[in-house]
Design a binder for this molecule. Structure first.
Ligand code: ADP
Ligand code: MG
Length: 238
């Protein structure tokens, strides 16, 4: 039978993967005496899997991760201050459902960004949306948006994803506008949207980062209330 008609109809449904694979699947099925139900099951499963993969790739792109590294690339024996059991608990993604935060603290090179990316990838694979930004890029975005009167748009953008990752808090000081904008985002996300934050500075130094002890304390209060902190020690992996 000529399959042109079938391919045309599959394309009308938007089943382009099945349309491309149909001839091979039909041939295999008749060769191996596959039942109708089995054939249909394989066809549907392949199309679903293909669509899910496309959705995942879209979510990964929108998350703006600086690079892709997974937890399998992480050398735990090199980092004995990090309990793999606690990291695995994070990878289950329970904190996302509960709107909790993960805070990764430690000096440069100990794997904070790598871990944050691995955790984000796991969340994306589980079907969540995520957005990654460095504190410095956030400050720049706020400055630009403030000039254009678009701070509300920034707040919306960073409240929307299921998981917000802010990397490298502490390398640069926040100005007043970016500190207040971040405070509003943190307040709106409180108990609603999970965050992963990384910093080279301990909590006591956060007042200096945000140029305001009262604001920093209020921020930390909300961040830490439902959170898991990893204090990573040791030398740089670099
Ligand atoms: P930080 O963000 O804490 O400054 P990074 O996550 O950028 O550190 O780590 C620096 C580099 O070393 C990255 O390329 C990262 O993948 C790698 N790295 C750090 N710790 C480990 C580790 N324990 N196992 C494997 N790679 C690591
Ligand atoms: Mg880093």
């Amino acid at each position: 039978m000529n399959t042109d008609n079938l391919v045309e109809r599959l394309k009308l449904l938007g089943w382009s993967y099945t349309a491309d694979q149909l001839d091979g699947l039909l041939e295999d099925s008749s060769k191996n005496n596959v039942s109708y139900s089995e054939f249909l099951y394989t066809l549907l499963s392949n199309e679903i899997e293909y669509k899910e993969q496309l959705e995942l790739e879209k979510r990964i792109k929108k998350a703006r991760l600086p690079y892709v590294k997974t937890i399998h690339d992480f050398d735990f024996p090199f980092q004995p201050s990090l309990d793999p059991k606690r990291v695995n608990e994070v990878l289950t993604g329970r904190y996302i459902h509960n709107g909790e935060n993960i805070i990764l603290l430690g000096p440069p090179g100990v794997g904070k960004t790598h871990l944050a990316i691995s955790m984000a990838l796991e969340a994306l694979t589980q079907g969540h949306t995520a957005l990654f930004i460095t504190a410095n890029d956030f400050i720049s975005e706020c400055r630009k948006a403030h000039k254009e009167g678009l701070i509300q748009r920034i707040i919306k953008r960073y409240c929307r994803p299921d998981l917000l990752i802010m990397d490298e808090i502490g390398y640069f000081a926040f100005d007043e506008v970016s500190a207040h904008t971040l405070f509003q985002i943190i307040s709106k996300r409180y108990e609603q949207g999970a965050m992963i934050l990384t910093s080279n500075k301990s909590y006591v130094e956060w007042g200096k980062i945000f140029g305001d002890d009262v604001l920093a304390t209020a921020m930390l209060d909300r961040i830490v209330h439902h959170s898991t902190t990893f204090n990573i020690k040791g030398g740089s992996y670099r």
